[in-house]
Design a protein around this ligand. Structure first.
Ligand code: 3PG
Length: 211
C-alpha cells in the first residue's frame, strides 16, 4: 500500500504507464504479472468497461507489487469508487472543479488532463503541476509540448494517445515530459489470445527503447 506518494515520486520510478482497457476479471492478474515480469510495475486500468473497478481491486489484492491506478475518471463519483476499489492513483483526460475538490480528500496522486494554455492555467490555479496531455499525437504532441515549456516552465506532462515504440523516447527526451502512457503493450488481441508472454516481451522492448 502506498501512502502519500506524490506524482513526482510516481514518475521518478515509472516512465511508461501501460493503459489498459479490459473487462475480463479473470485475466487481470496474468496481465499484471506479465507486465511486472517485463519490468513495468505500474498500470492504468481505464474505467471504460463494466468490470474495470473489480479488475483494479483484484490486481491491488493479488499483485501488491503492481501500482494499479484508475484512468478515464470523468467525475467525482468515479473518483470515489476508484479509491474504494484500491486504486493507487487517478488519471483523467481533463479536469473539473469537482475532481479537484475530491482529490483533496484523498492521499493519492491525481493526474488530470490539460492541453491548451487556458486549461493548463486553470489546472495550475487548482494546484496541479503534473498533467496528462491527451490526445497527444492529435495535438502534434512533441512540437506542442516544446512550445508549452517556455510559458509553463513548472509544469510536467505525461503525454498519452498515439505513443508507440518509435516515438516514446522522443517524448521522454523533452525536459517537461516525465512519463508516457500507452495502450500498445496490452492489446485486445494479445488478451484474447491469452498471450501474456508477449505482454512481457512488449514491456521489455518498451523499456529498452527508452534506455
Ligand atoms: C487512452 O486513454 O486511450 C490512452 O491515451 C492510450 O492511447 P493510445 O491507445 O493511443 O496509446
Amino acid at each position: 500500500m502506498i501512502h502519500a506518494i506524490t506524482c513526482e515520486q510516481l514518475f521518478q520510478d515509472n516512465k511508461i504507464i501501460p493503459v489498459i482497457v479490459l473487462n475480463d476479471v479473470n485475466k487481470a492478474v496474468s496481465i499484471a504479472r506479465a507486465l511486472l515480469l517485463g519490468g513495468i510495475s505500474i498500470m492504468e486500468v481505464t474505467l471504460r468497461t463494466p468490470n474495470a473497478l473489480a479488475i483494479i481491486k483484484t490486481i491491488a489484492q493479488e499483485v501488491p507489487e503492481m501500482i494499479v491506478g484508475a484512468g478515464t475518471v470523468l467525475n467525482d463519483e468515479q473518483y470515489h469508487r476508484a479509491v474504494d476499489h484500491d486504486a493507487k492513483f487517478i488519471v483523467s483526460p481533463g479536469l473539473t472543479g469537482k475532481l479537484a475538490a475530491v482529490h483533496l480528500t484523498y492521499d493519492i496522486p491525481f493526474l488530470p488532463g490539460a492541453v491548451t494554455p487556458s486549461e493548463i492555467m486553470q489546472a495550475l490555479l487548482l494546484g496541479f503541476k503534473y498533467l496528462k496531455f491527451f490526445p497527444s499525437e492529435s495535438y502534434n504532441g512533441c512540437s506542442t509540448l516544446k512550445s508549452l515549456a517556455a510559458p509553463f516552465s513548472e509544469v510536467k506532462f505525461c503525454p498519452t494517445g498515439g505513443i508507440n515504440l518509435d516515438n516514446m523516447q522522443k517524448y521522454l527526451s523533452l525536459p517537461n515530459v516525465v512519463g508516457v502512457g500507452c495502450s500498445f503493450l496490452v492489446t485486445d488481441e494479445l488478451v484474447k489470445q491469452n498471450n501474456f508472454n508477449q505482454i512481457t516481451v512488449a514491456a521489455q522492448q518498451a523499456l529498452s527503447a527508452i534506455l
